[in-house]
Design a protein around this ligand. Structure first.
Ligand SMILES: Cc1cc2nc3c(=O)[nH]c(=O)nc-3n(C[C@H](O)[C@H](O)[C@H](O)COP(=O)(O)O)c2cc1C
Length: 327
């Protein structure tokens, strides 16, 4: 699938980003049916038989959806693999990729290299999740087809660069698929990212508070109730900077104003710590303020489309005005 095919098929250039303990087959299918990319991290499906069941559900669900809606309006699905050496299941995950063929594969916490041949052999594309320019350059040198540039303001493990600085710098050495994520929760933000040079936006936090996500109902409600002032970024829970909801820290006996010092980094998703970060302590990005209700994915995507179009009209009007004044 070429980059242009992929982009033309989408109603709005958004990926419902992969989220630990949150994204499952229901969220992926709802996102694809709504015309955006639906993604999930493979560690959410354990043991490996469950991953096979999920991949079968997704591929069969999409085939069924294609009987009642134009298949060209279905977004592609995406599997997110941990390629770090701590993932002892990687060979099994890779085998299932060959069998179920997700058009997009995002590699995280390691090099994209282990996935490249396998995914290219069936015509898929490999995107490397990166939080810095150093990692972006390494991923491009390793042969990644795309980059998911995680910026400041992201939910979960966050980056520290501004999306504008990150995308501009990446575009100096890479003309492949660029996804940008971090604090973008509405269609105006999506338009800004596309105007800045990205091809797609990674949107995580916004999709936690949907009917189809696997998140705890209390987590979804907290997202509706919180704004960006309720977020704290700290490496104190996983050893890597991550963006947490202050009320959920307090509920677990942690003072957000005195976060613990960073423990050794842990990328092992079996090791969720005590109290369980991700399961009991909830993450969100700076775009949390845009969440006003828990809604079905389709309703969220409808709104993103309307906002994206409104942003396009605004941008066209502003550039026309500038041209007018310049002449
Ligand atoms: C609760 C939560 C869990 C996440 N888990 C993962 C994960 O397992 N793998 C991954 O690559 N990214 C993960 N992310 C990051 C998202 O894929 C995405 O980069 C981020 O949510 C984008 O920022 P936003 O939340 O501000 O939209 C997670 C994010 C959240 C909020």
């Amino acid at each position: 699938m070429s980059g242009v095919d992929l982009l033309l098929r989408l109603r709005v250039p958004v990926v419902a980003a992969p989220m630990f303990l949150v994204s499952g087959p229901d969220l992926v299918l709802a996102a694809c049916r709504a015309g955006i990319v639906g993604a999930f991290p493979t560690p959410n499906a354990r043991p490996i038989d469950v991953l096979e069941q999920w991949m079968r559900r997704i591929t069969e669900g999409l085939a069924r959806a294609g009987e009642t809606q134009d298949p060209a309006t279905l977004g592609p699905w995406c599997a997110n693999l941990v390629t770090h050496s701590s993932n002892t299941r990687l060979p099994d995950d890779l085998q299932l990729l060959s069998r179920y063929r997700p058009p997009l594969v995002v590699t995280a916490l390691g090099s994209p290299k282990p996935a490249l041949k396998r995914v290219h052999d069936y015509g898929g594309r490999v995107i490397a999740d990166v939080t810095s320019l150093t990692l972006a350059r390494k991923a491009v040198a390793a042969g990644a087809d795309g980059l998911a540039c995680i910026c400041s303001g992201a939910g979960g493990h966050t980056g520290s660069l501004s999306p504008f600085a990150f995308v501009s710098a990446v575009r100096e050495f890479f003309d492949g698929l660029v996804i940008v994520g971090g604090g973008i929760s509405d269609g105006w933000g999506v338009a800004g990212a596309i105007a800045a040079g990205a091809d797609l936006v990674y949107m995580g936090t916004r999709f936690v508070a949907t009917a189809e996500s696997m998140a705890d109902p209390g987590y979804k409600k907290m997202l509706v109730d919180c704004g960006s002032e309720d977020i704290v970024v700290s490496a104190g829970l996983t050893g890597t900077p991550a963006s947490w909801l202050k009320p959920s820290l307090r509920a677990n006996g942690i003072d957000p104003d005195n976060m613990p010092s960073a423990p050794p980094r842990s990328y092992d998703s079996n090791d969720v710590g005590k109290p369980n970060r991700w399961r009991d302590i909830w993450a969100a990005g700076q775009g949390v303020g845009a969440i006003k209700a828990v809604e079905p994915v389709a309703a969220v995507v409808d709104r993103l489309c309307a906002e994206y179009r409104d942003a396009g009209r605004r941008f066209a009007r502003r550039t026309q005005e500038s041209l007018h004044h310049a002449n």
